[in-house]
Design a protein around this ligand. Sequence first.
Ligand SMILES: CC[C@H](C(=O)O)C(=O)SCCNC(=O)CCNC(=O)[C@H](O)C(C)(C)COP(=O)(O)OP(=O)(O)OC[C@H]1O[C@@H](n2cnc3c(N)ncnc32)[C@H](O)[C@@H]1OP(=O)(O)O
Ligand SMILES: [Co+2]
Length: 139
Amino acid sequence: MKLGRLNHVGVATPSIAKSIETYRLLLGAETIGEPFDLPAQGVKVCFVDAPNTQIELIEPYDENSPIAGFLRKNPAGGQHHVCFEVPDIHEAAAHMKANGATVLGEPRIGAHGTPIVFVHPKDFGGMLVELMETPKGDH
Ligand SMILES: CC[C@H](C(=O)O)C(=O)SCCNC(=O)CCNC(=O)[C@H](O)C(C)(C)COP(=O)(O)OP(=O)(O)OC[C@H]1O[C@@H](n2cnc3c(N)ncnc32)[C@H](O)[C@@H]1OP(=O)(O)O
Ligand SMILES: [Co+2]
């Protein structure tokens, strides 16, 4: 298991449109991607670029969204997860399981088009961790 760069910080929001305005106005964000739907993952997504990482704004795609519960508890939204890059998602998932961590589901394609998997917040002191296989050519 090799810890790679912080790819993004996931921020849940009830409104990507409103959050975009906040990041543009208060943080001076200039490079903001077009929001897009990820129905397979139950979210709408929009990436706000920072020089060394991204903010991943996520809004529920529907009432079955995995972030619906989070927003019921935190109606204004908030920091939802952090995503680290790893060279090999299957090796990373096996490493987590071998060390007693709870890997949530199987690797599947995430918002960057590469395999991702999540590890339960209880294994990281209350922080939801996403692992993402480093895009080919970025190694
Ligand atoms: C994949 C596309 C995109 C990408 O980057 O490519 C994304 O990142 S999409 C992100 C949305 N998808 C996910 O979050 C999938 C993984 N998440 C889950 O499987 C669930 O959300 C889970 C298991 C983390 C929480 O389950 P649930 O929402 O049903 O909430 P519970 O009430 O059962 O939570 C149990 C326990 O965990 C605490 N919790 C929940 N969410 C978070 C969080 N985001 N950060 C920290 N802690 C969290 C919750 O408060 C409960 O704590 P407890 O002390 O037991 O009350
Ligand atoms: Co993410």
